[in-house]
Design a protein around this ligand. Structure first.
Ligand SMILES: CC(C)(COP(=O)(O)OP(=O)(O)OC[C@H]1O[C@@H](n2cnc3c(N)ncnc32)[C@H](O)[C@@H]1OP(=O)(O)O)[C@@H](O)C(=O)NCCC(=O)NCCS
Length: 389
């Protein structure tokens, strides 16, 4: 390792280096998967969404940034999804990963994302940079026979495919906005169409709902199911459950607050699989004004933010919430107020109660009597994602 470590935009000439570091980090890819990986990475290179660290001419670390939108309080907020964070083994534990992630933060700010999110393989590096747990990807397992008997036979359900991508997005949009959902990603229509067209995507559409499921290791697995009514939920779950003679269990990616938990007569298997993801606010005022808040909540409060990585967020702010919207504007007030670092701000944004944050050392100062009103404004259904990236 030399002193000549620099952040760079990854270019096509670095592809072999990226693959070498990647395979030493995550394992080898088959020839077919490698082709797909190369074409994916080229897309990130073309869009300036992959950064690296070079030592002289050799690339020794890389990370990419997906251009996502994410639902927060029933509104879509642009979010840079960080993935493929890799450092060559011989460079690890020397600050290279932190340098790389600082480059990722800077590049994400340049792209104008108010939020950044990632699935951490290890939390320490990301916490140092202001990320905190914000939600999970929950996978439940239900007995297929219980789903099969849910009924809903009066609902008409038809087979769907790529041509229905627009309708899928409309339905998700309406239902997520109405339920003030937080967490799921919004994919562009062409990607949704691609997904619906996959051989292992079995898609069914009703008037006010849809399901996409397929086989995974000999079991049926629901990738996504939304339903605007009880009857449609029953109908779509029972379509999946109709496979009970072959697949005794059905796995499903879904929210912990999904109505299915209240419909199915047996609780989900105790062994729910949860992959937690982390969030970071890159531009606090933009992130606050883009998300939805609890419609009945009304809040006028000053708070102090301390963001050691992104100085523009640091300072005293006035947080105002009313009519389901919020704003964060600079404040000149003095006196003792609630204080948060960037991890605390991420946790607050994702609905973590202030009492939890105070006890974890993520929030301090101010009058605890005011915590309830702040909690109420940020409260909502548990944040979740359906996709891994
Ligand atoms: C995880 C990884 C990117 C970290 O890179 P790195 O260059 O070693 O990170 P840094 O030297 O900047 O370390 C930053 C902090 O994270 C900690 N850290 C790094 N790797 C860690 C690990 N595996 N477990 C626990 N802490 C870790 C360091 O100790 C340091 O904290 P400290 O300052 O309190 O001691 C690198 O180890 C790697 O490529 N691993 C394999 C692939 C992987 O897991 N990628 C992450 C996908 S989300």
């Amino acid at each position: 390792m030399t002193d000549d470590l620099r952040l760079v935009d990854v270019e096509s000439k670095h592809l072999d280096d990226v693959y070498r570091v990647r395979s030493r980090s995550f394992g080898l890819l088959s020839a077919g998967d490698r082709e797909e990986w190369l074409s994916d990475v080229q897309g990130f290179i073309d869009d300036g969404r992959i950064v690296g660290v070079v030592d002289g001419d050799e690339l020794v670390a890389a990370a990419r940034i997906w251009a996502f939108q994410q639902w927060w309080g029933g509104r879509k907020v642009p979010m840079g999804g960080v993935a493929g964070v890799v450092v060559a083994p011989e460079y690890r534990g020397r600050g290279v990963g932190s340098k790389l992630m600082r480059g990722v933060l800077a590049r994400s700010v340049e792209h104008g994302y108010p939020l950044s999110a990632l699935y951490p393989a290890t939390t320490v590096i990301y916490r140092h940079l202001g990320y905190e747990f914000a939600g999970g990807r929950f996978r439940y397992t239900f007995p297929a026979a219980e789903l099969r008997s849910l009924g809903g036979k009066e609902v008409s359900v038809r087979r769907a495919g790529p041509a229905d991508a627009k309708r899928f997005l409309e339905l998700v949009g309406q239902l997520h906005a109405a339920a003030r959902i937080s967490g799921p990603l919004v994919w562009p229509e062409d990607k949704v169409a691609e997904w619906l067209g996959e051989e292992n995507s079995f898609c069914y559409l009703a008037e006010d709902g849809f399901v996409v499921y397929g086989w995974q290791s000999g079991k049926l697995r629901v990738e996504e199911l939304v339903a605007g009514s009880e009857a449609t939920a029953r109908a779509l779950w029972s379509v999946v459950g109709s496979g009970s003679s072959i697949s005794a269990d059905v796995e499903a990616y879904m929210s912990p607050d999904d109505p299915a938990h209240l419909l199915v007569n047996k609780e989900a298997d105790k062994n729910t699989v949860i992959e937690h993801w982390m969030l970071r606010l890159l531009d606090a005022p933009a992130a606050i004004s883009a998300r939805g808040f609890a419609p009945g909540a009304s809040l006028e409060v000053d708070l102090e933010l301390d963001d050691s990585e992104l100085a523009a967020n640091t300072g005293r702010w006035h947080l105002s919430v009313s009519g389901g919207s919020g704003s964060l504007t600079p404040s000149t007030s003095t006196g003792e107020v609630l204080r948060l670092g960037s991890r605390g701000l991420s946790a607050l944004y994702s609905g973590t109660p202030l009492a939890t944050m105070r006890r974890a050392g993520l929030a301090w100062g101010g009058a605890t009597a005011g915590d309830g009103a702040i909690d109420t404004a940020f409260a909502g259904a548990t944040s979740y994602m359906l996709d891994y990236f």
